[in-house]
Design a protein around this ligand. Structure first.
Ligand SMILES: Cc1cc2nc3c(=O)[nH]c(=O)nc-3n(C[C@H](O)[C@H](O)[C@H](O)COP(=O)(O)OP(=O)(O)OC[C@H]3O[C@@H](n4cnc5c(N)ncnc54)[C@H](O)[C@@H]3O)c2cc1C
Ligand code: SF4
Length: 589
């Protein structure tokens, strides 16, 4: 029989970014909160200190900060009818584990979604007509607008000390920023990063082509900065060990630096580590969550009673927890009915490399996770799709994120793939190659979803989640179009050779692409087509809330975390100011 813990007001599943936000804000209002995190504690000092942190084999190759796939993983297939197989080594995406979650080892690229993203179906139908979208693209509006979310974007960016140049201040386009972004109420809290030489070459080429280059908004902070909670940041050193590493220098916005210490200083908040949540318990009669059952550090089954449960376990984990708890109707891709697991989407990544003469030295080892120059002329709301036959878009960026030796070895097409010739080519091109990234949207398709696997289980005997996913035709067309623009830019950048990395015809779970998994527990206005309402409150159990990118109905052509953070602040404000004072469905059905 499970051990029963003292009841709390709020149980959070996970100890990453969204849990840190909810924990801090709820504890401050006097609510007792426990965050159940499956991983261990880690802090900037001692865990992320040099020289141990700059260990590429341990952190980039062996994924030292990530989920252990021998304990929990996911199975995958491209389409219904195929046999799904487990991801036994992390590949396409890298879910984090441990205090701080994946925002410990993120890059810090901090993008807002465009206003059109939040009302995508209405916007497309109004602009291009009702017949423009094929029936199998299950795009829908979010139920929230950019204008509603803007103050929460702003607050999250202040928490992260985000660095950049505003492109649109209160509707007025600003020189040097992104002219395609939605109106911002305030400038970025910090000035942009010093741009790398590759970024200058990109800016020259894209300006020459009539596009609008700007520095990528970055939560690798550019100067001494104190956030609204009192967290002190130091300026980024451009060490290039951002992605898949913790920052040794208090310069990258992570929960450890920006939020968690302020939650943990409050006696109302407890971060309970090595606590692996198996399921949410709920009462079938009253339709309320009663708490969560987890396995503790000693392997015991424990029940944590709570008045409110929030899933903060990252995109597909939230969905799998709902499915394993029997909450909501599982999505059925054959009938199109059910909601839990629906609209699973990802990101479409492609790019190009420009190989320069040896005397063009780009020094990629002086980089940072979000050091880049970008254009947004080909994102969803920026250009006309009427003759193109697809919806969505991408930003194109010249990032100088890292020159780490194991991972960075750009070589032109036709180079031998091993041996002396390959080594010579790496030596020749390491310092003289600029890389362009095409970071594209991903539209939901009726056949793409998250379900439960019937064969494979995790280390605790629970069914694994099963992803069925392939890039819809729409996304391949979109990616081909924007990658062709990247190719033109690469040509204008004046190198000696170019190679283009097109989106693969079919999604593969093997090579790393991004950890931008979205959907499966999506928000919306209609309980038959969404799992949570506009406040991220479950339609089925009003004291169950879902955070993170699992609530995105479709993915925009940007990195997700600015939107994830803004939505968490939006949700917790409504939880505190409205729901907890009078628990009920905030949107009547
Ligand atoms: C390599 C990498 C680079 C990235 N770079 C960027 C970027 O530049 N820009 C950007 O916008 N986004 C980026 N991201 C994405 C970003 O990290 C996520 O959007 C963000 O961390 C999501 O926060 P979250 O709270 O939803 O989930 P997480 O931060 O993943 O936290 C979830 C936590 O829940 C815990 N958990 C899961 N299941 C259970 C369970 N059953 N029981 C208990 N605990 C559980 C996990 O251990 C984890 O700590 C990147 C991600 C990765 C992996
Ligand atoms: S590049 Fe900057 S933000 Fe990233 S790990 Fe190094 S010092 Fe920290």
């Amino acid at each position: 029989m499970a051990i029963r813990m003292k009841p709390v007001d709020v149980a959070l599943v996970g100890g990453g970014a969204t849990a840190a936000i909810l924990g801090k804000e709820l504890a401050e209002e006097g609510y007792s909160v426990v965050a159940l995190e499956r991983g261990r504690m880690r802090q900037t000092i001692p865990d992320f200190q040099s020289p141990y942190m700059h260990d590429e084999l341990k952190y980039s190759v062996r994924h030292g900060l990530m989920q252990d796939p021998s304990v929990q993983t996911i199975t995958f297939r491209n389409v219904i009818g195929q046999k799904a197989l487990p991801m036994r080594q992390l590949g396409s995406f890298l879910p984090g584990t441990g205090a701080g979650g994946a925002m410990v080892h993120w890059n810090g690229q901090t993008w807002r979604f465009q206003p059109e993203s939040f009302v995508l179906r209405s916007w497309v139908e109004e602009r291009y007509g009702k017949d423009f979208l094929p029936a199998d693209l299950t795009i829908q509006d979010w139920g929230i607008t950019y204008e509603e979310l803007e103050p929460y974007y702003m607050f999250f960016e202040k928490i992260c000390g985000t660095s950049g140049i505003a492109g649109n201040l209160n509707g007025k386009i600003q020189e040097g920023g992104n002219p395609f972004e939605g109106p911002r109420s305030e400038p970025y809290p910090n000035p942009p990063m010093k741009q790398a030489y590759a970024g200058h070459l990109f800016a020259n080429a894209t300006s020459g082509l009539g596009y609008h280059p700007f520095p990528v908004p970055s939560s690798n902070v550019t100067r001494h900065y104190t956030n609204p909670y009192g967290a002190k940041f130091q300026p980024c050193m451009y060490c290039g060990f951002c992605e898949t590493y913790g920052c040794e220098h208090f310069a990258k916005a992570s929960p450890q630096v920006a939020i968690l210490p302020f939650a943990m200083a409050n006696e109302n908040f407890e971060l309970r580590l090595q606590s692996y949540v198996l399921r949410v318990e709920w009462d079938r009669g009253s339709k309320r969550a009663t708490g969560v059952t987890y396995i503790d550090a000693r392997g015991r089954e424990v029940f944590q009673p709570a008045e409110l449960v929030a899933l903060c376990a990252f995109a597909h984990h939230n969905v799998v927890l709902m499915l394993n708890s029997g909450i909501g109707a599982p999505y059925d891709p054959v009938t199109g009915e059910g909601t839990v697991g629906r609209n699973y989407t990802y990101q479409t990544m492609s790019g190009a490399s420009v190989f320069y003469a040896p005397d063009v030295r780009l020094n990629p080892f002086m980089g940072a996770g979000a050091l880049g120059t970008a254009i947004d002329d080909f994102n969803t709301g920026s250009f006309d799709h009427s003759e193109l036959g697809f919806i969505g878009g991408a930003y194109i960026a010249a990032y100088t994120t890292t020159g780490r030796p194991i991972h960075r070895h750009p070589v032109p097409d036709g180079t031998a793939r091993w041996g002396v010739a390959w080594k010579k080519a790496v030596q020749r091109h390491y310092n003289s190659t600029a890389t362009l990234t095409v970071h594209g949207s991903s539209m939901p398709h009726r056949g793409n979803y998250i379900g439960l696997d019937r064969t494979y289980t995790d280390a605790f005997g629970q069914p694994l989640g099963m992803i069925t996913f392939d890039f819809p035709h729409n996304d391949r067309l979109m990616s081909r179009y924007v990658t062709s623009r990247a190719w033109e830019i690469a040509r204008a950048m004046g190198g000696q050779q170019i190679s283009v990395n097109w989106l693969d015809d079919h999604y593969s779970i093997v090579p790393y692409q991004t950890t931008h998994n979205t959907g499966g527990a999506i928000m919306g206005t209609n309980p038959t087509r969404s799992v949570v309402n506009k406040f991220l409150q479950s339609w089925d159990l009003h004291n169950l809330w879902v955070m993170g990118s699992s609530v995105f109905p479709q993915n925009a052509g940007y990195n997700p975390t600015d939107t994830v953070g803004a939505l968490a602040y939006w949700a917790v404000e409504h939880m505190i100011n409205d729901y907890l004072k009078n628990p009920r469905p905030l949107v009547p059905t």
